[in-house]
Every structure is written in C-alpha cells, then in structure tokens.
Design a protein around this ligand. Sequence first.
Ligand code: NAD
Length: 375
Amino acid sequence: MTATPSPARTIRVDLGERAYDILIGPGLIASAAGEIAARLKGRRMAVVTDEHVAPLYLEPFMAGLAAAGIEAVSTILPAGEKTKSFEHLIPVCEAIIRARIERNDAVIALGGGVIGDLTGFAAGIVRRGSRFIQVPTSLLAQVDSSVGGKTGINSPQGKNLIGVFHQPDLVLADTDVLDTLSPREFRAGYAEVAKYGLIDRPDFFAWLEDNWQAVFAGGEARIEAIAVSCQAKADVVAADERENGRRALLNLGHTFGHALEAATAYESARLVHGEGVSIGMVLAHQFSARMNLASPDVAALVESHLRTVGLPTRLGDIPGGLPPAEVLMDAIAQDKKVKGGKLTFILTRGLGQSFVADDVPASAVLGFLEEKLSA
Ligand code: NAD
C-alpha cells in the first residue's frame, strides 16, 4: 500500500458557516477521494473536465472516487475559453440532474479556470445550488479562479457577464499536475501570481523577481508561490466576498485584459486570459504614470519582469490586428460601469500600491488606447 501524501499547505477561506479549505501540494489527485470523503457525507458526484485534462487525470481520479465508495459520472467538454457558453452549460446541468446529485452530494470541476467557472455556475443553479468541489489543474485556476466563488460564462458582449457567486466546499490543488501544462499556459497563470505582488505585496513581487525560475521548475518554490497567492485571495474574499470594495483590487489588469479577450473573440490561439491580464497590468501601470499617479519607472519594472518570464506585455504582441480604440472602449464599458463619463479602474501609486479609482475619465482612457494602438 502506498502512503497517502499529506497536503503541503492548507489555507482556510474564512466565510463563517461557508468556510472551506484549500489544500495545496503534490500528489493530491491520488488522495483527493479520501479528502472529499472525509469532508462530505454524499456518495454521488458529477465530475466535469475537458478534453486535454481527461486523458491525463480523469481515470485515476475516478478510480480513487470509486475506491472510496463514491459513485461518480463524468462529462468531458472541449478545451478553451469558447466552452464558457450556454451551449456547453446545458449538457453539464443535464448531466448533474441525471446523476441525481442531492444535498450532500457534489459537483466536481477537474480542470482549468474554464471548467471551474462553467461547472461552478452549473452547480450554483441546479437545484438552486449544489455542493461544489474545485480540483484546479492549471496554475491560473490554482492561484485564482478556483478560490472565491465567482462562477459564470461569457456572452458575445463580454467576459463573465452571466454567472452567480457560488463558493466551493473544498479546493484541491495538486501541484504535480502543473508539470503537464504547456509552458504558455503556465506563464499565463504566472501573470495572476505576479498580480498579487502588484496589488499590495511588493515583497512578494521582489521574491518572484529572484525566484521565478524556481517557481517554473517546480518543487518548494512553486508551492510557496501558489500558497502565498491563495492566501492573498482568501484574505480578500473573506473581507469582501461580494466585491463591494476591496475585492475589486483583484481586477488589476483585467479591465484592459477582458476588453482584449473580447476583441480577439476569445480565440485561445491569439490570446489566453492570463496573457490579457499581463498586457492589462502593464497598461494599468503605464496609464497610472500617464495620470501622474506613479513613476513611469514602476511600469517599466513591471513590464521588464513579465517580459523576462516570456509573457506578452504590449498590444502589438497579440497576433492579428486589433479593433480601433473606440471598440475596445465599448468592451471596457461593458466590463465596468461608466457613470457620467467616468470609469472605475484599478490603478497604482507605486509598486504594490494598487487602489480602486472610481473617477477615471473615459476620454483619458480612449486617448491612451489610441496612442498605444498606434505605437
Ligand atoms: P483553461 O481552463 O482554458 O486551461 C488552459 C489550458 O490548459 C486548457 O487547454 C486546458 O485544457 C489545459 N490544461 C489545464 N490543466 C492542465 C494540465 N494539468 N495539463 C495539461 N493541460 C492542462 O484556462 P485557465 O487559464 O485555467 O483559466 C482561464 C479562465 O479562468 C478564464 O475564463 C477566466 O475568465 C477565468 N478566471 C476566473 C476567475 C474567477 O474568480 N472565477 C479568476 C481568474 C480567471
């Protein structure tokens, strides 16, 4: 009998009666069923995954559930951002209903942020809310999307415009599975790791500058980066679950990034979410400098680090043309409410000094984008 590896770290998301654990460490796919059975009474589960993750991890995961006495069915969806749509939500809801998932049973997302967001949404609406377990398999999902309860799908008008808040009951982040992630997707997830440093943890950003290669290589530095990121997200979510204030800081780089994703029609070949966030964070720092809020040196430092790890940082890095600035502004206006010509943006006063600015003139953003598009 092989010993069950114990998780390297446990982080609690402190939401009172709905508090839950994030377990982070190697080998968690193998011990997942035990962790689930120890926490949930239900013995019926509906697992949702995608076509890339399924051949790698679905079979051992399902075998573990069966060995723990859990009866589970699986649904395999196409991979990629376009899957976050009504078209794919419907079969997932139907599979959950067919599996007769009841109050103590659970819906499980085994995959990246796309699978987590879509499956969480289905879990949130079937029977007015079913238990939900996240088994994030991409770096982005482990450090960001699996934690915090934001679920949903996209509409042609913009990202994540249809969805609900639905917190998971458990998050199991197996750090070994990141070894099969493509370098491009690993880098995309790293953009969200760097984001936590840029929001309010300058020491973490400095640590990443020194240790990013070790984070990419795996082992203890990777676990540390994921744990710091999850703790940062857990703190914000516990303080402001419904984004009435502080949680908005997590959108650093996302207003520009979401507009770029919409402008590239969610074509993963051109741009994936984390890449949009990378370019968006650089733009947010450059725009902060333009508004005389921060030194241009900060934007240069941020861009330098993201470029060093191999992330895109400029509009011109996106293959294929981009629409004019007015079209990007329409997408930004969908993403963030415009009140009296003013937008809400996450800007910065320095490295790791981000803040919510709710009076940004739309005209200034338009002018900035026009300049960046013609650069
Ligand atoms: P993704 O789910 O598309 O995964 C990226 C790619 O990696 C996919 O092709 C997937 O099949 C593959 N993959 C995943 N795990 C793998 C593994 N272990 N080995 C090999 N391949 C693997 O994208 P993502 O970057 O994980 O997530 C992006 C999504 O997350 C976006 O839709 C974004 O809007 C959302 N998001 C949500 C939140 C939130 O709070 N809910 C936060 C941030 C991002």
